[in-house]
Design a protein. Structure first.
Length: 248
């Protein structure tokens, strides 16, 4: 009976997500100016519905004192596609995503309507435009999420961090909130070479262990750093230390 109840609960979660996705896709066809005030909040609920349907237990670990700043730039490592829904499920942020996400079936339209900023990573002009858009978003009072590794680089932290998030922080004076994340079934969640989004979703659903841990640490203040090099190097060293603590 417990097995049947679990199956029915999972089926209900997928039906709920399907209906929610249809509604979100239809609403996404409205002019963006009409969506700005309320669609991002619906997007966060949609992300939570997606997490439930996948059966992932998303655990938040708060390693900071007091409260998070009212405005912040969130940075996180990026081993999996799951972060695209995991991060906004927990945090009210505007995502920076690779340009290809805009063209994902249905999901891309929803992400764009939610205010996601897109960047063509190999194109310098696109990167500069994305950084300018991030600065504008932060100055307008939005929290933004950036993956300083510059994409999904595997289970372990990449050899260096890109400067974008740190330049935006220095330019706006808004602190950075670092989030180290890891999955207990690392191999099932990690983005594989030539793996499609449906294949990744299927692997996550079939994973025998779907626990995800998001560790939030003390904010980094831009006033404590002389330049973006020092800022990025310090953040990278922190992530390497957390990797040793939680993964190695």
């Amino acid at each position: 009976m417990l097995w049947l109840a679990a199956r029915l609960r999972n089926l209900c979660a997928w039906l709920d997500l399907a209906a929610f996705t249809v509604a979100m896709a239809l609403l996404a066809r409205l002019p963006l100016a009409w969506l700005a005030g309320w669609y991002p909040k619906l997007f966060q609920r949609w992300c939570r519905a997606f997490v439930r349907a996948l059966g992932v237990e998303l655990r938040l670990h708060q390693h900071y004192t007091g409260h998070l700043p009212e405005r912040y730039i969130l940075i996180a490592n990026h081993p999996s596609a799951f972060e695209d829904i995991g991060i906004p499920a927990l945090f009210p942020v505007t995502n920076l995503a690779k340009a290809e996400v805009r063209h994902w079936w249905i999901v891309g339209r929803i992400a764009a309507a939610a205010g996601t900023l897109f960047v063509q990573r190999e194109d310098k002009t696109s990167r500069q435009a994305a950084q300018a858009a991030l600065i504008d978003a932060v100055r307008a009072g939005h929290n933004v999420a950036i993956y300083p590794e510059g994409g999904c680089k595997g289970r372990l932290i990449w050899e260096r961090f890109l400067y974008g998030a740190f330049s935006v922080s220095l330019e706006t004076g808004v602190p950075i909130v670092p989030v180290f994340l890891h999955y207990e079934a690392q191999a099932e969640f990690a983005w594989g070479d030539d793996e499609t989004l449906p294949q990744k979703i299927l692997r996550i659903v079939r994973s025998p262990n779907r626990h995800a841990h998001y560790h939030v640490f003390e904010p980094l203040r831009p006033g404590d750093f002389a330049d973006r090099d020092h800022y990025a190097a310090h953040a990278h060293a922190c992530f390497l230390a957390w990797q040793r603590r939680f993964l190695e």
